[in-house]
Design a protein around this ligand. Sequence first.
Ligand code: UD2
Length: 318
Amino acid sequence: MAKYLVTGAAGFIGRSIAAALLSRGDLARGDSVRGVDSLITGKRANLAGVEAMEFIEGDLADPAVCAKACAGVEVVFHEAALASVPRSVADPVATNRNCVEATLNLLVAARVAGVRRVIYAGSSSVYGDTPTLPKHEAMLPNLISPYAAAKLAGEHYMSAFTRVYGLETVTLRYFNVFGPFQDPASQYSGVLAIFCRKLLAGEQPTIYGDGEQSRDFTFIENVIKANLLAADAPAEKVSGKTMNLATGAAVTLNQAFEILCGLTGYKGKPAYAEPRSGDIRHSLADIGRARDLLGYTPQVDFREGIRRTVEWYRTTRE
Ligand code: UD2
């Protein structure tokens, strides 16, 4: 019998992990899922379909919320964050509060509550603009945004809590996750969500820079799979470890735009604007460590993932 806590449970990734846990069949054996979300960027509408999850509305920057969320829990999936590089450039203090303070409070509460393992949503942004490709975990971080600094601080807190308190922690460094339930409507949304929404509505998207920047876009199902593997992997193999979570293949924004035109029927051209401050040129992961430690292999490639994603936005669009 295990109790799982998903933070950021009303957000895109948290909601998807919660849904996977609920449908895993463990619940029949007495397992249960709790979610917590401040609803700063998470949406109550995302809780449709995960009603079997106990939901707490609250902010992890408040230690009392962390204590309530962690009570009786065995494994935590820590997905809550204020994502977005440009948001952190505009308001680094808010990013610090929702990424660093929240993570530290959560770890403190997890330790007090006797949580066994915390799995942390790291970010590929910590590699910055080092020219080496693919990015591997032995590389030194090279932070070029407050967001990257905040996500790296969280990683360091994870490994420190493993070292000094024996709390099992695993960091999965996500590379540009996309898929159903990603919010397409904010200026801080992921680029593929924005493009899907705009192209389906026949609106012109904007590409910042020349569009030749590339990303190892990772479909949500791969992320869910890796999180479930990370929850079940033996502690001696994974605890205190950081590993990339991606597909090992990169796509440029111009290529992604062309593929999306084919899928949506959009006939126009993108507008090109100045590159964004804090933006990284190329991002591509070496996924060897996740393969070795978790037995992870990507299940869904970019083309299949983006096809399913467009279908989801097409059917959920108002
Ligand atoms: C970073 C991290 C990612 C995740 C994410 C959370 C890197 C390489 N990746 O994603 O792992 O942590 O932050 O937010 O650091 N763009 C446009 N038009 C738009 C929107 C974006 O051209 O309307 C460009 C943007 O300038 C960038 C690319 O698309 O070059 C991807 O932007 P994003 O915001 O989707 O994600 P990114 O790479 O900052």
